[in-house]
Design a protein around this ligand. Structure first.
Ligand SMILES: Cc1ncc(COP(=O)(O)O)c(C=O)c1O
Length: 404
């Protein structure tokens, strides 16, 4: 909070497409999709209409013992897209991680393997900041203070530093510890919070094979990568591998209009809880689980993907964005310029100790919302951003880099 003595908080009055507008009429192009949630711009008409219509019918009803149209439709459509036929709803990404970890542990307990209670995650992984999620997160700034409170899990090498070495390390660890390991959790293709670190999909196929061979669940955290961010509807598709056991979704699921998360599970996972004994059921409850307004927004998002053929259109848009960002890629201060679908990132050679904050403030003054992670700058805007708007981003970034 003290930072804001010199860097005032920006009160936002409204959102217009890819732009946020403050009370003085200043406009900021949201090049980070407001923490990666916004897919089709702020205040999308189709999503808003779906929420309004749902508001007239049913704003909320508890999901225990009841159901409603939007949650059924959303679950069926997510099943059709992923092949995972059982959905459990939460409200934020972190709650999805908690659900997936608890579900994996409880699955093994129900199947007679109560010792399987450890989780394996990857160096640089990020899965949220509640206690269970933080225990599988490896980003020091969020984790270190709370480390004494966290369950001890195992952090394995990331494929960023070599796919085969990371897979071999995983295989060796699980060969020895499969009897005490419930699941491996990974961010597919891009480790976001660690600095948009991108890796080869081959690792995912190897991880699927290795976890299956050792009887360990694979949890794929698509919270950031899902809904088209990496170029396919879900990053997992690019692995060509059989389905994961559990998949976590959030962020883009409602296009950034309402909070919602979802954990999709395989028939096998679901089957382990189907029992007369209530203690063998998955007793995890959130008051707003499956909220009808949020589910209606999510159904509207899936309609937009279908009606506008978003994934195909994004291919052209990504090429347009890449071309607009060529001046950035070629800048003398830029290292390791990289792209994965609709995500662009690069390192900036700058000795400024406060580079991230400085860059944020400079870009904002130039009408662009950026949120660097250390010296990593990335752009990941709503898909509706035009080539012209991306040229505006590139010009602003170049101007900031010239002074970095
Ligand atoms: C991969 C991943 N998992 C989980 C989360 C946590 O989501 P939330 O901030 O909604 O709790 C995030 C958030 O950035 C994320 O990127």
């Amino acid at each position: 909070m003290k930072v804001h003595e010199t860097l005032p908080i920006v009160p936002i009055a409204r959102g217009e497409g890819a732009w946020l507008v403050d009370f003085e009429g200043n406009r900021y192009l949201d090049a980070v999709s407001s923490w990666w949630v916004n897919l089709f711009g702020h205040s999308d008409v189709r999503i808003k209409d779906a929420i309004r219509a749902q508001l007239d019918d049913l704003p909320h009803a508890m999901l225990a013992g009841f159901t409603h149209r939007p949650v059924v439709e959303l679950s069926e459509r997510l099943h059709a897209l992923t092949g995972l036929g059982h959905a459990f709803y939460g409200s934020d990404g972190a709650s999805a991680t908690e659900i997936a970890l608890k579900m994996s542990f409880h699955y093994w307990r129900n199947r007679g393997y109560a010792d399987k209670r450890s989780f394996v995650s990857l160096a640089g992984g990020y899965h949220g900041e509640t206690m269970g999620a933080l225990a599988v997160t490896d980003v020091a700034i969020f984790r270190d203070v709370y480390a004494p409170l966290l369950a001890s899990n195992v952090c394995m090498p990331s494929p960023i530093d070599g796919v085969d070495a990371a897979a071999a390390a995983l295989d060796a660890h699980l060969a020895q510890h499969h009897a005490t390991t419930a699941a491996l959790i990974v961010e597919p293709l891009v480790q976001g919070a660690a600095g948009m670190r991108m890796y080869d999909p081959r690792y995912l196929a190897l991880a699927r094979e290795i976890t299956a061979r050792h009887g360990v669940h694979l949890v794929v955290d698509e919270i950031m990568t899902g809904f088209g961010r990496t170029g396919s509807m879900f990053a997992w598709e690019q692995s060509g591998a059989p389905r994961p056991d559990l998949m976590c979704l959030s962020k883009g699921i409602t296009g950034g209009h309402l909070p919602l998360s979802c954990v999709l599970a395989s028939d096998d996972v679901y089957g382990a809880f189907y029992d007369d004994d209530v203690t063998r059921g998955f007793l995890h409850s959130h008051s707003y689980t499956g909220n009808p307004l949020a589910c209606a927004a999510a159904v509207a998002v899936l309609d937009i993907f279908r009606d506008d053929d978003v994934i195909a259109r994004n291919r052209a848009r990504a090429a347009e964005w890449a071309s607009a960002l060529r001046t950035v890629a070629a800048h003398e201060r830029v290292r390791d310029f990289r792209q994965c679908g609709m995500i662009f990132a690069w390192e900036v050679a700058s000795d400024r100790p406060d580079f991230a904050r400085w860059c944020f403030a400079q870009a904002l003054a130039g009408g662009v919302l950026l949120r660097p992670i250390g010296n990593t700058v990335y752009v990941m805007p709503p898909y509706i951003v035009t080539g012209e708007e991306m040229t505006h981003v590139a010009a602003c970034v170049k101007d900031v880099l010239d002074r970095a």
